[in-house]
Write a protein that binds this ligand. Structure first.
Ligand SMILES: NC(=O)c1ccc[n+]([C@@H]2O[C@H](COP(=O)([O-])OP(=O)(O)OC[C@H]3O[C@@H](n4cnc5c(N)ncnc54)[C@H](O)[C@@H]3O)[C@@H](O)[C@H]2O)c1
Ligand SMILES: [Zn+2]
Length: 348
């Protein structure tokens, strides 16, 4: 199946997200695949067997968020210069969100911009990172602070890649999926509750709806001046949890799962969500082995860390909250006392 993306409100860019077995791909240009050491072992040969290009190169980077840096981007750029890629050449990102974000950013600056294609190999990157054109790397000052909005020419989502993905990584992707459902689509939520994620056809349907919803949001607000921020549901809390646990205890999606529970608790406190709806979300997360609780050891310092988030503009905290199941609201008027009252519920 194909999900056409058309950013008609901003850049007028069109591309397809193809959700299917990876097709044969022919390019009358030079192509460089960018991947990492883990994914290259598992899936590079398969990708190469599907590609015919004028010349085909492979650039392999180290595996890990800690390598999502300008230094790695420069190393990739140098390989592209050595291979004499020109302005018509193409990069193909083969990997998860880290490889995808870095490859897209490299494509955006190599000789002022060349094309790139995403072949996402984690569930998280298939439903979230590979669509929408946010590319970039981390800086010493924070995650994803260096980058560009730069859309791919195409995205090829093949769920066969996920067979080698560790279970925890798979579940982390499910967290970003339920995020979309809770924010935007009650029917999708109901569908997810019963979906069999191990069945290829159901999984493709799940991915398709997630991609469609993300595409709608990105079309309305490519550069995140409004509704695109709704995709950060659970993230304001999640980022604090990731920060407090030094990015080692939880995968990003796991921290987001806990963050969604905190956002839901706040929504219940404000009368935006029913307790039983919050329970439904929790049940779903637990079913998929995602964490739903966290012991806040110090409410004051947890609260202070909200202000480290780049989304806290002018020192006003902005919270993306559910309105029931399938609706959302953005609130920047929540007082410290209310917030801390909710945070205390997470003190064991
Ligand atoms: N651009 C966006 O809109 C956007 C959205 C969400 C997240 N992100 C970014 O994405 C990154 C997280 O992405 P991720 O969760 O895919 O992490 P990741 O890219 O680090 O991949 C997770 C792990 O799985 C391994 N892996 C990848 N595919 C595999 C496979 N098929 N089989 C076995 N192992 C495999 C990777 O090597 C890595 O060790 C973060 O850097 C985040 O900032 C970007
Ligand atoms: Zn996320």
């Amino acid at each position: 199946m194909i999900v056409p993306i058309h950013l008609e409100n901003s850049s007028d860019i069109k591309y397809n997200v193809v959700i299917d077995t990876l097709p044969e791909l022919t390019f009358n240009r030079k192509v460089a695949i960018v991947t990492n050491t883990t994914v290259s072992e598992l899936h590079l040969e398969h990708l190469k067997s599907k590609i015919s290009a004028d010349e085909l190169y492979v650039v392999t980077v180290e595996d890990g968020e800690e390598f999502k840096t300008l230094a790695t981007v420069e190393a990739i750029l140098n390989k592209l210069f050595e291979a004499k890629l020109d302005r018509k050449s193409l990069l193909i990102a083969l990997g998860g969100g880290v490889v995808g974000d870095m490859t897209g950013f490299t494509a955006s600056i190599y000789q002022r911009g060349i094309g790139f294609v995403q072949v996402p190999t984690t569930l998280l990157s298939q439903v979230d990172a590979s669509v929408g054109g946010k590319t970039g790397v981390n800086s010493a000052y924070g995650k994803n602070l260096i980058g560009a909005f730069y859309q791919p020419e195409a995205v090829y989502i093949d769920t066969n890649f996920l067979k080698t993905l560790p279970k925890r990584e798979f579940a982390a992707g499910i967290a970003e999926i339920i995020k979309m459902a809770v924010m935007f689509d009650r029917d999708y939520f109901d569908f997810l509750v019963d979906a069999d994620f191990s069945d290829r056809k159901s999984l493709e349907k799940v991915i398709r709806r997630s991609v469609e919803l993300k595409a709608e949001v990105v079309n309305l607000d490519e550069k995140e001046s409004g509704i695109r921020a709704v995709l950060n549901y659970g993230h304001t809390f999640g980022h604090v949890i990731e920060n407090e646990t030094n990015y080692t205890t939880y995968l990003h999606g796991e921290a987001v799962a806990i963050g969604m529970m905190m956002a839901n608790a706040l929504a219940v406190e404000l009368g935006l969500m029913e307790q039983n709806q919050m329970d439904e979300v929790e049940k779903f997360l637990k079913k998929h082995q995602l964490p739903t609780s966290y012991n806040i050891s110090n409410v004051d310092s947890f609260y202070d860390k909200f202000f480290l988030d780049k989304k806290a503009s002018n020192n006003r905290l902005k919270f993306i909250l559910p309105k029931g199941l399938g609706g959302h609201t953005i609130r920047d008027d929540i007082d410290e006392e209310t917030l801390k009252r909710v945070l205390y519920k997470f003190v064991k």
